[in-house]
Design a protein around this ligand. Structure first.
Ligand SMILES: N[C@@H](CCC(=O)N[C@@H](CS)C(=O)NCC(=O)O)C(=O)O
Length: 204
């Protein structure tokens, strides 16, 4: 399988952390891709119409996206260790945490594009403020789940760790640790995993 990714993409990091958790890393070849809403990657749009990373290209030529679909596939071929069965409340908790963490990322990425890509004189402050409020509310939601995060599903842990890691990377000024101590404790413990190093935005 081939994973179209970038080292700084938090969604691609989800895929790589999940592959590590499921012992599938050796089966995935990494293909670097650079894509933004205003400059899409030509080879990527050939296989994935939205032109977003991550994309997992299977050996039979089928392209899977987005990160949630890819994680579901990896979980399926990798033995299911990401999420307990649907009878277990932690199944739905894990999915809810993923939805919150991914929603945080979606808002943070929209902010990032607004700040980094839009010409400075056209920056829409209300837009950035609205996305910032979404990030804050998502952090409140994750903090409420954080007490049980360490004993919960791998899926929830991976999604939360990628969201928090992205805030550290792109928006350190948000200083989320000061206001969300349970999340800070979770992240400090989770970040000790070797895979958090080599999947991180600063890894070479
Ligand atoms: N919901 C998607 C989001 C993927 C996404 O937005 N990836 C960013 C990079 S971090 C991207 O490819 N952006 C390019 C674009 O929006 O055109 C997922 O979970 O995979």
């Amino acid at each position: 399988m081939k994973l179209f990714y970038s080292q700084t993409s938090p969604y691609a990091r989800k895929v790589r952390l999940a592959a590590d958790h499921l012992a599938l890393t050796d089966r995935i070849a990494l293909v670097p891709a650079t894509t933004t809403p205003v400059a899409e990657d030509a080879s990527l749009v050939q296989i994935a119409p939205l032109g977003k990373i991550p994309v997992l290209l299977l050996d039979d030529g089928v392209a899977l996206f987005d990160s949630r679909v890819i994680l579901e596939y990896l979980n399926h071929i990798g033995g299911g260790a990401l999420l307990p069965p649907a009878e277990d409340p932690d199944h739905w908790r894990g999915l809810r945490i993923q939805a919150t963490a991914d929603g945080l990322l979606d808002a943070a990425l929209l902010m990032r594009y607004e700040i980094a890509l839009r010409p400075g004189d056209k920056l829409w402050r209300d837009w950035v403020d609205g996305q910032t409020r979404k990030v804050e509310r998502a952090l409140v939601g994750l903090e409420a789940e954080a007490v049980d995060l360490e004993s919960g599903s791998a899926l929830g842990q991976i999604a939360a760790a990628c969201a928090l890691g992205y805030l550290d990377f792109r928006f350190p000024e948000i200083a989320w640790r000061d206001r969300f101590p349970a999340l800070a404790a979770f992240f400090a413990a989770y970040a000790r995993r070797p895979a958090m190093d080599w999947t991180g935005p600063l890894a070479t």
